[in-house]
Design a binder for this molecule. Sequence first.
Ligand SMILES: Cc1cc2nc3c(=O)[nH]c(=O)nc-3n(C[C@H](O)[C@H](O)[C@H](O)COP(=O)(O)OP(=O)(O)OC[C@H]3O[C@@H](n4cnc5c(N)ncnc54)[C@H](O)[C@@H]3O)c2cc1C
Length: 246
Amino acid sequence: MAVGKGWEGVVLKLLRGKDFTFTVTGAQDVTEHYRRVHFTDGGLLAAAGDSLHPTMWVRVWFQGAGKPHQRAYTLVDPDPEAGTFSFEFALHDGVASEWARTAAVGDTIDATVQGTGFTAPDPAPERLLVIGDPASLPAVNSLLDAHPATPATVWLETQHASDADLPLRADADRHDVRRVARAGTALVDRVRAELPALVADPESAYVWLACDTATTRTLTAYLRKELGLPKQRVNGLGYWRPGTGG
Ligand SMILES: Cc1cc2nc3c(=O)[nH]c(=O)nc-3n(C[C@H](O)[C@H](O)[C@H](O)COP(=O)(O)OP(=O)(O)OC[C@H]3O[C@@H](n4cnc5c(N)ncnc54)[C@H](O)[C@@H]3O)c2cc1C
């Protein structure tokens, strides 16, 4: 996917609220806590056309306790010509994870396109500053793919020993990856200690972050209020809520 402007164009507005049915064509356990599931797209990608963008996600409906639950998942390697894409599931408790663990060829799920959008940073940053975790890894990868020539520093929060084998699309020449084991405020502390040295000018720095909601909120406030980055140079979205039941 190339980076451009105007993702939230006419096509995406037309798509908003539209439903699609995805069919499983295969699945692999990437690690014991991370599973990739391949799909045919039910027409989604052709309908999305030019509005496909890095970090694009859809709301997927999973059945649990007799009712549907909406969960957000990121499109991995969408191929509009083939009409295929994958999801990568960070596995834990929950209806989406349960579905993913047993997903098999021929299974179907419904999804709605809603609320997704991405504005490419303009001017382009000299270095991407990215903070994520297993749930946002697909989005992080799409961001790195979309900026193939831009160096990046990535702080990746990990939860399991097997997270060392997560498929982060980092290139040792351009990407500086800093793994931080999840424990209390460890990620916030590391970012506060290390990120300022990488910000020569707050106006031109660019930070993309997606962790649990509390961590994302704390770091977004830090970047905006303490480091003085402008609103449009901090792209933060909480991806999951710690400790809430499904
Ligand atoms: C825009 C967007 C895109 C996203 N893309 C992806 C993606 O591509 N892949 C992906 O794996 N996730 C992604 N997420 C996160 C995913 O939607 C949430 O993790 C969701 O809560 C999972 O639903 P569930 O039914 O499995 O668990 P839930 O029923 O929501 O939660 C059950 C329990 O699991 C815990 N839990 C939920 N998520 C996590 C987690 N990530 N790590 C540890 N514990 C957790 C909860 O605190 C709760 O205790 C995305 C979120 C957003 C907002």
